[in-house]
Design a protein around this ligand. Structure first.
Ligand SMILES: C[S@@+](CC[C@H](N)C(=O)[O-])C[C@H]1O[C@@H](n2cnc3c(N)ncnc32)[C@H](O)[C@@H]1O
Length: 272
């Protein structure tokens, strides 16, 4: 079998499991990543990784293969316009609808190493200190166990912490462990519940969310898969709940149950 056929096999597996479409022009990336996996498992080449895969793709081998396909790029308060829209437009509207006995629920649906849900949590903590703010619960999910382990620890390098965080937030919400490591304070960390979840699979939450962030993950999906994920996400929202996508993503041209709202210059989606 030729290398191209091996790459084809893995790209089909990745698309079936994650919905991520690997175009042939990006096969060089897949090849490089499969070579790394070969090294990790002490295998001579990609053909040997393929032979192993033919015996079954499970456990840590499966997780590594799926990890090859994910891009975990993220940062604190990534795309500040989204956070401004949440604070100025979305929160005042949804808070007025949350019954007093219920928490405000937010889901970060592809949370990577935790910067996104921790940014929301820090924002809510700040607002809580300024005026009355409901109790809240933040759920954060990702397909990758590797990034979830990092997120749960809440440890970031100097470079990661500088991306998006003000010095004031660094000092207030993080502890500096070493020259190059900062750890988020337990008061913030313990407010986020991290779980593994594949957006391609059923969600089965027992409650609904007021706000869902699904940012910078759908752009790697096929159109059919995007429509399917968006429609299943919409079922996890409270009536008139909000969905926020990444800055370069939109629902234009996709059949969906949302109305588009311009919130402080940012397009967000409200369930109709
Ligand atoms: C580029 S990061 C975006 C992180 C964050 N939402 C942000 O905008 O900064 C995309 C994340 O989506 C996750 N991901 C990719 N496919 C997924 C899937 N099918 N289900 C759940 N998470 C997935 C990846 O593991 C990765 O951590």
């Amino acid at each position: 079998m030729m290398l191209a056929e091996h790459l084809n096999f893995f790209s089909k597996f990745i698309e079936k499991e994650l919905g991520i479409v690997y175009s042939e022009k990006n096969y060089y990336q897949l090849e490089a990543r499969l070579e790394e996996i070969a090294k990790i498992f002490g295998l001579p080449d990609i053909a040997a990784v393929y032979n192993k895969a033919k015996e079954g793709i499970t456990g840590s081998f499966k997780q590594l293969i799926l990890d090859t396909a994910t891009n975990n790029e993220t940062s604190f308060f990534r795309d500040t316009r989204a956070f401004q829209a949440i604070e100025k437009i979305i929160l005042p509207e949804i808070i007025s609808k949350v019954p007093p006995e219920e928490p405000l629920r937010v889901w970060s649906a592809a949370s990577s190493c935790g910067q996104e849900p921790y940014s929301i949590t820090m924002m809510f903590k700040e607002l809580q200190q300024k005026s009355s703010f409901p109790k809240f619960k933040i759920t954060a999910t990702d397909i990758s166990e590797r990034v979830l382990e990092r997120a749960k620890k809440g440890c970031y390098s100097q470079l990661e912490i500088q991306r998006g965080l003000s010095a004031q937030y660094m000092i207030k919400y993080f502890q500096k462990d070493t020259q190059d490591q900062w750890t988020i304070n337990p008061e913030i960390r313990d407010l986020v519940e991290f779980k593994q979840k594949n957006l391609k699979e059923n969600f089965n939450f027992i409650y609904k969310f007021h706000l869902i962030l699904c940012r910078n993950v759908l752009l790697y999906q096929s159109i059919e898969s995007k429509i399917d994920i968006i429609n299943r996400i919409s079922k996890c929202l409270t009536p008139n709940g909000y969905l926020i996508l990444g800055a370069g993503e939109s629902l234009v041209g996709l059949s969906n149950p949302f109305e588009q709202i311009l919130a402080d210059g940012m397009v967000v989606y409200r369930l109709t």
